[in-house]
Design a protein around this ligand. Structure first.
Ligand code: TXE
Length: 473
């Protein structure tokens, strides 16, 4: 571990790293310097964690909503008190800059979503009361919930999984991504300063640990965010243990810019819709369909925004874009851009690795004159690349938006009434009008088609980590 780190960051890492001589090396995504060794726990460690979480669950449930909410609010305060330390560790491990909609923003989201989970009311619903019949619908704890997370927004997505599950009286076992375990374990350590023992346990291990968590007989629910391929395996596992599932499997979100849209007015929001977290975001804008009447204006306005956004090492305060998190993702981005070039795509900006910044940096890349069927359009880039497709009839753009087997988010840009008509015809869990990707703890969020199923956030998100029970009579 580097001696030059602030003392609070060194102390936090020391609490979560592997014992000396053990574990897996975790590198700074931007500088590729060694941060620390993360614990590499086994399936036996996971089994032990689930047994402890199962034993702790009845006591946690028995505390009741008010007391649990109070403890979760205190956990949110603890996150706020450690936010800068956690943001720095997140920035180094994940690569995202401190500033822009990145590491500090992610920590702010963690405490905001945890507070929302703690305070959203969920009252029993009287479903029939007609003088003859009387029935109420309640929501009870499931038991032990497994939370399996990705590496792109590792802290915020963990909180989305953990907060509602704890609020509803479940205990939680968290399996962080093997790419970003340290910051998740650090977040749990901070929360566990105020939570009772064994209510929230992290197990840092490889894919086999995730697979065991999904298939374990004592797991009642899996909250998963990751790839469609892994989501399918988790669905197969659930045939064995009948675990309930919430699956957020990413997407390939389309945006449609209608005729008459004001290119320079929408360009900044289009940019951040696509390039938030350097494009490594599940509901980022990943293919943009622009009407021919405004096509060149939109391409030029987006390039103009892109060229003034600083990219570099996340701890430098001026940067708002960072590296790809891992070499695999870098290779995907590089391959897709090369393929686009080979098939006649016009590189408007970017287009080759930013090796001067470091091994995993790829510049913001806008690719014009591309079409459906090209890999850069049809495949999720999950990085700083946006293909821009020209259309002449809005029916074509709607067909293109719906043409892939995914449906997490989408957006329509232009006159609001026209945009709402188009939105109603798009197959995705959310359609934003004149923005893309904004989320709110009160508003349900989830996908359709290959993007998974189940809702997170708000009252629907609480119901999703509970079992319904009817009291009849
Ligand atoms: O995801 P995985 P990875 C996409 C993105 C990326 C690709 C692969 O395109 O290139 O997915 O990323 C655990 N049972 N997204 O490799 O493999 C694993 O250990 C249970 C989109 O990170 O799905 C990790 O903790 N769990 C996505 C988690 O699943 C298993 C965000 C995710 O790993 C398991 C991230 C199994 N059989 C990547 N195998 C989004 N929704 O936005 C692995 N895991």
């Amino acid at each position: 571990m580097s001696d030059s780190l602030p003392a609070d960051e060194s102390a936090l890492i020391a609490r979560v790293q592997a014992p000396a001589g053990e574990g897996r090396a975790i590198l700074d995504a931007a500088t590729r310097e060694h941060i620390a060794h993360a614990p590499d726990q086994s399936v036996a460690d996971l089994d032990d964690a689930i047994a402890r979480a199962k034993a702790a669950q009845p006591g946690w449930d028995a505390l009741g909503h008010e007391r649990r909410s109070d403890l979760l609010l205190r956990a949110a305060d603890a996150i706020d008190a450690n936010a800068e330390t956690l943001a720095r560790l997140l920035s180094r491990e994940q690569g995202k800059p401190l500033n822009g909609p990145n590491a500090r923003f992610e920590l702010g989201g963690c405490s905001a979503w945890l507070r929302a989970a703690a305070t959203t009311p969920l009252e029993p619903q009287v479903v029939v009361d007609d003088g003859e019949a009387y029935a109420e619908l309640h929501y009870r704890a499931i038991g032990v919930v497994g939370a399996i997370g990705p590496w792109n927004w590792p802290l915020m997505i963990s909180i989305w999984q953990i907060g509602p599950a704890l609020r509803m009286g479940n205990t939680v076992v968290v399996k962080p991504s093997e790419y970003t375990p340290l910051s998740v374990l650090a977040l749990l350590a901070v929360m566990n300063e105020v939570l009772p023992a064994d209510v929230l346990i992290g197990v840092s291990g490889g894919r086999e640990v995730g697979a065991r968590l999904a298939s374990h007989p004592d797991i009642g629910k899996i909250m998963f965010t990751g790839s469609t391929a892994t989501g399918r395996k988790i669905i197969e596992s659930s045939a064995g243990n009948l675990a309930r599932l919430t699956l957020e499997l990413g997407g390939n979100d389309a945006g449609i810019v209608l005729p008459g849209a004001d290119a320079s007015a929408i360009a900044p929001d289009l940019f951040w819709g696509a390039f938030i977290n350097t494009g490594q975001t599940c509901a980022a804008l990943k293919r943009l369909y622009v009407h021919e009447s405004v096509y060149e204006e939109v391409v030029a306005a987006l390039a103009e925004v892109a060229e003034r956004m600083p990219m570099g090492v996340g701890l430098s305060e001026e940067n708002v874009l960072g590296p790809l998190q891992n070499p695999q993702q870098f290779d995907i981005v590089h391959r897709l851009v090369e393929d686009a070039k080979a098939h006649g795509g016009r590189i408007v900006t970017g287009g080759s690795p930013a090796t001067e910044l470091g091994e995993l940096f790829y510049p913001v890349t806008l690719v014009a004159d591309v079409a459906d069927g090209m890999a850069v359009v049809d495949e999720e880039q999950f990085g700083p690349v946006l293909p821009i497709v020209k259309y002449s009839d809005v029916e074509e753009a709607i067909a293109s938006a719906n043409g892939l087997e995914v449906g997490l988010g989408a957006s329509v840009w232009g006159d609001r009434d026209e945009a709402r008509k188009v939105a109603a015809r798009i197959q995705s869990g959310t359609v934003w009008i004149n923005s893309h990707g904004g989320i709110d703890p009160r508003i349900p969020f989830g996908g359709v088609k290959g993007s998974g199923y189940g809702l997170e956030f708000g009252v629907e998100g609480l119901k999703a980590v509970a079992v319904p029970q009817v009291i009849n009579g």
